[in-house]
Design a protein around this ligand. Sequence first.
Ligand code: SF4
Length: 450
Amino acid sequence: MALTAIDIYKLLPKTNCKECGQSTCLAFAMQIAAGKASIDLCPTASEEAKEKLSAAAAPPLPKVTIGTGESEVVLGDETVLFRHEKTFYHPTAIAVSIRDDAPDEEFASRLAAIRRLSFERVGQRISVDLVALRCASGDAGRYARAAAAALDATGLPLVLLAPAGPLAAAVESVALSRPLLAPPPEDLVRTAKLAAERKLPLRVRARGIEELSAALADSRAAGAAALVADPSPETAREAVSFATNLRRLAILGRVRDLAYPSAFDLGGGFPDPFLAAALLVAKYGSLLVLDSADPADLLPLLTLRQNLFTDPQRPIQVEPGVYPIGGPSESSPVIITTNFSLTYFTVRGDAEAAKVPAHLLIADVDGMSVLTAWAAGKFTGESISKMLAECGIGEKVSHRTLILPGMVARLSGRIEELSGWRVLVGPQESSALPSYLRRLPPAAFLPVHG
Ligand code: SF4
């Protein structure tokens, strides 16, 4: 449990010497409780106080890093059970597997396919994060060469799914890329020693929470520090149950022995792997390994992940302003919508599909969708009229006709009254925009005079 300011105050020297920059020890305790100061600033704090406060300040779910540099993947390091309590920091990492016994040409083309699993959506890039290399050949040399080739071809961090022998051989060639070592349960302790020696992360796999707890203890005893826990479920339902229990024990129970990011291998015949993956993206899977490299399987999963891991306090938004669509002229339609990224890209895509050049006005509503912004009082007759007057659209077009989203048709009268622009009510849904724009008569955008 987090310590209160009073708990912290009881651990301080209580001399009010001010060396920490605060006027009293109690004021300093309040700063620490609020996460704004560290006990290191108090030169006379006891070792006991330092130890207790450091332990209390440690994140309930430790951070484990796989890979290095730009492609580094961070697992764990979460502080809450539900996104609305604060935010989630690290999206579920997704690895696509490849077998080391595939013929050379097939191996290379699958790596190329994995590399292509990267898509642009609402202005962000969503991609597969890692390559999971399955040792199917049993040949240590071949596995090591395959690991080097996978790293070279994709630049993505590796999950090395292999027995201890091939795994040790692969570590020799790719250790600097900080792969995740993922041995079978029978090779755990041997690999844990290797992980400790090379300071590499280790996936610990055992069936169920109790066996996992024992395996994690064995790994710690062997010196491995960066651990990822795989409870080895057999069904999607069991996977979600294990993942939820592990996360609750870590965040609510502060059970340190089980507080590790989780990993799930959903390949190798796991039933309904994409059902399980979708559930685990929502419920506490830190790392998922999948066998399919089909974009039709991966894109929905990456989209779901993007939606769930967007910080609700900081919606993805685009710059407000006037955006040209297809080389518009002074007689082109003027469409308005809000600066929520998903709204912008949807409306923009639909307007482009119409092949009718237009001016797209993006209103600054702190990244909210049209209806949310209207309900929050940020997309109003007043704010839209102000934008029409100030954004410069009046100089770009010779007419004074605005297309308003159909969902806020009720704003038309107020906009017309305040701005002098005529309002045409557009469709309720953006998907109807192409046919709507194509049907508009040119007379709707005649120049105004005087
Ligand atoms: Fe109290 Fe330590 Fe701050 Fe001095 S430096 S006021 S003892 S907390």
